[in-house]
Design a protein around this ligand. Structure first.
Ligand code: MN
Length: 296
């Protein structure tokens, strides 16, 4: 199944080019009181929501997908975990180009040495919200990634069991300001994590390790690879992460980007695709109050 969130927080079931509004299925979510749970309630209750959504769908209003403002399919992830340099050819292109590594030693090591990093939850946006670039005097780059949404609490999970903890998959964009600062800082401005266009439930993607992924900017392909080229696959990343911390329902893991990262500037139009998930269009603008960079 494909769940999208759209408009002002509505829940949709995606059927081809049509979306059925099943927002009423969220009525099955338990009422929450302070302190809030450490999970995303929609994802934590996905089987219940799915059951209600299936029942509602035949009578639910259908509307064309085109023109809907798509939001992140997960509204409240407890954390956004990210894998650095997780494709060999991308690791090499970073080492080869000072404009990418800026002599920052943390960018020259392997994922096994530096581990995972976190992006601010406030950086999360849906494709319909677009990317608002900051630091326009610096290079801002796109990174297309397979995004994994965790479905149940996971601690000390072995790679053999890891995929049982996945609720589903989305396309992730890990937008990056180049420079000397820590990754978590350069990659965490508002809208610098785009998740969409919807959540594809894990049953539709039994093997996340063989998916084509690509990104085009203004119609020109910049990155094109396959998740089989990841250094640590989805199961290994879950094993690695849960050795250090608990993953909760709704936590998102963006799994790293292949070679071909390149600059984006305000006015650019991104088209990102992952096999078995789909494609999403994302517009790039300057963050409000900042001068717009001229196109080189
Ligand atoms: Mn990345």
């Amino acid at each position: 199944m494909r769940f999208c969130r759209f408009g002002e927080g509505r829940l949709g079931l995606v059927e081809g080019a049509t979306v059925r509004d099943v927002t009423a299925a969220l009525d099955v979510l338990p009422a929450v009181r302070y302190p809030l749970p450490a999970c995303d309630p929609f994802i934590a209750n996905l089987p219940k929501v799915t059951e209600r959504a299936r029942a509602l769908a035949p009578g639910a209003a259908a509307q064309p997908l085109a023109g809907l403002k798509l939001l992140s399919p997960v509204a409240n992830p407890g954390k956004i975990v990210a894998a650095p340099v997780n494709y060999k050819a991308h690791a090499q292109e970073v080492r080869d180009n000072v404009a990418l590594h800026n002599n920052n030693p943390a960018l020259l090591k392997s994922i096994n040495e530096i581990g995972l990093f976190l992006k601010a939850n406030s950086s999360l946006a849906g494709p319909g919200e677009g990317i608002a670039l900051r630091m326009l005097d610096r290079r801002n780059d796109h990174e297309v990634e397979l995004a994994v949404v965790i479905g149940k609490e996971a601690r000390q999970v072995s790679r053999a069991d890891a995929l049982q903890y996945v609720a589903g998959y989305s396309i992730g964009l890990d937008i990056t300001i180049r420079g000397q600062e820590d990754r978590s800082f350069r990659k965490s401005p508002d809208t610098y994590t785009v998740l969409g266009p919807w959540l594809v439930t894990a049953d539709e993607i039994p093997n996340p390790g063989a998916l084509d992924l690509s990104i085009a900017v203004n119609g020109q392909t910049r990155q094109s690879s396959n998740t089989s080229n990841m250094i640590l696959g989805v199961a290994e990343l879950i094993e690695f992460a849960t050795r250090f911390y608990t993953l909760y329902p709704g936590d998102v893991i963006i799994t790293g980007t292949p070679e071909g990262v390149s600059p984006i500037v305000p006015g650019d139009q991104i088209l990102a695709s992952v096999e078995k998930i789909g494609s999403m269009e994302v517009a790039v603008r300057a963050a409000a109050g900042l001068p717009v960079a001229s196109h080189a």
